[in-house]
Design a binder for this molecule. Structure first.
Ligand SMILES: Cc1cc2nc3c(=O)[nH]c(=O)nc-3n(C[C@H](O)[C@H](O)[C@H](O)COP(=O)(O)OP(=O)(O)OC[C@H]3O[C@@H](n4cnc5c(N)ncnc54)[C@H](O)[C@@H]3O)c2cc1C
Length: 320
């Protein structure tokens, strides 16, 4: 039977949430492609992840025991290649992650598979796989088909597909990967400087500032306002590029996606495609901008054509 293979990922003993999103995508697709869903996990302690991967809609979980504790590209490539040869899935999904970049391109080339990276929509039309990804700095969405490939590998953008909450009862099996020459060795993890302080991807309430704040001295006023309101402060790229706020607060294509956000207040942000890439999915966007033609209003639930300093002053009286 036709199958969709998900290659799940772990780091430092924790299953990466993006793996669960890939499973969500596979299960969403399985009925339109009349497939089974197989989930493989490559890890030294692979069997420890079985229960987390045993989700509703998953037909089989395969454990592949790695000879090393951390990600190793040669082993992942050889193991995935061997498993694909054995199971012949038509579609392989892996997270669009730094580990996947380390072996998926080589895997696709060696196996002669179709490949697309950073995919955020996948569907079948008349039995043909169609994957959507962005191009030209998110200005264009491309739809790709893979007509001449028996197997296609897609790396899947994070925070795009729903995670399945219900557990299931898949068959569990082991797969012995071939021995391979390991040409690289994991040395250590280095935490990004200052990156751990605030994780805007998890914030539910965000107040973001853009170039409309005009100068650095004005940042403090909005930081205090956000704090008093119980909102997490975010920003557009020019604010981070100027060093007015740290990079980890930047929302957008080259910043972060505010995956959990319920309310997003955009203050003096024009709404470039790159900024919107990180927040346009938020259900309640409130935009404040003096320019009634600003693009941000095209996605805002509530739009306020006003000066951000007047609005900030008014809000301050409610949240002191
Ligand atoms: C490859 C690439 C990646 C990028 N990644 C990102 C990214 O991750 N995140 C990101 O944000 N950008 C990103 N950018 C930059 C992006 O293209 C825009 O330049 C940027 O988003 C603009 O920021 P802004 O909206 O703050 O500034 P502007 O576009 O200058 O907008 C400022 C807005 O403030 C309004 N305004 C001015 N004064 C006031 C006032 N007193 N009251 C109310 N409104 C006022 C103006 O009307 C205007 O709409 C990227 C660009 C490239 C090429």
């Amino acid at each position: 039977m036709n199958s969709i293979l998900v290659i799940a990922e772990q780091r430092r003993g924790e299953l990466m949430p993006s793996s669960l999103e890939c499973i969500g995508a596979a299960v969403e697709l399985k009925s339109s492609n009349n497939s089974t869903v197989i989930v493989a996990i490559i890890a030294a302690n692979a069997s420890e992840f079985v229960s987390q991967l045993s989700l509703e809609g998953v037909d089989e979980v395969i454990t592949i025991v790695s000879p090393v504790a951390h990600f190793q590209a040669d082993f992942s490539e050889a193991a995935a290649l061997s498993l694909i040869n054995d199971r012949q899935p038509s579609l392989v999904l892996a997270p669009h992650s730094v580990d996947a970049w380390g072996y998926i391109p080589a895997l696709a080339t060696t196996g002669n598979y179709g490949i697309a990276s950073d995919v955020f929509a996948i569907r079948y039309e008349d039995g043909n796989l169609i994957a959507t990804r962005a191009a030209y700095a998110e200005k264009l969405h491309q739809e790709l088909e893979f007509p001449s490939y028996a197997t296609t590998v897609l790396t899947v953008r994070g925070n795009t597909f729903k995670v399945i909450e219900q557990s299931g009862n898949p068959v569990v099996s082991d797969f012995a990967a071939p021995a391979v020459d390991l040409r690289t060795k994991h040395i250590e993890y280095i935490e990004p400087e200052g990156g751990g302080e605030v994780d805007i991807t998890q914030a539910e309430l965000m107040l973001s500032i853009g170039r409309g704040i005009a100068e650095e001295d004005n940042v403090e006023q909005f930081a205090e306002l956000a704090d008093n309101m119980g909102f997490t402060l975010g920003c557009s790229r020019p604010i981070a590029d100027n060093g007015w706020l740290p990079k980890y607060r930047q929302v957008g294509q080259s910043g972060k996606t505010v995956a959990n956000c319920q309310v997003y207040i955009a203050m003096g942000i024009s709404g470039s495609v790159q900024h919107m890439a990180g927040m346009k999915h938020v259900a309640n966007i409130i935009a404040v901008n003096t320019d009634p033609e600003a693009s941000i209003f095209s996605i805002a639930r509530y739009g306020v054509v006003a000066d951000i300093f007047d609005i900030a002053e008014e809000l301050e009286t409610h949240f002191e």
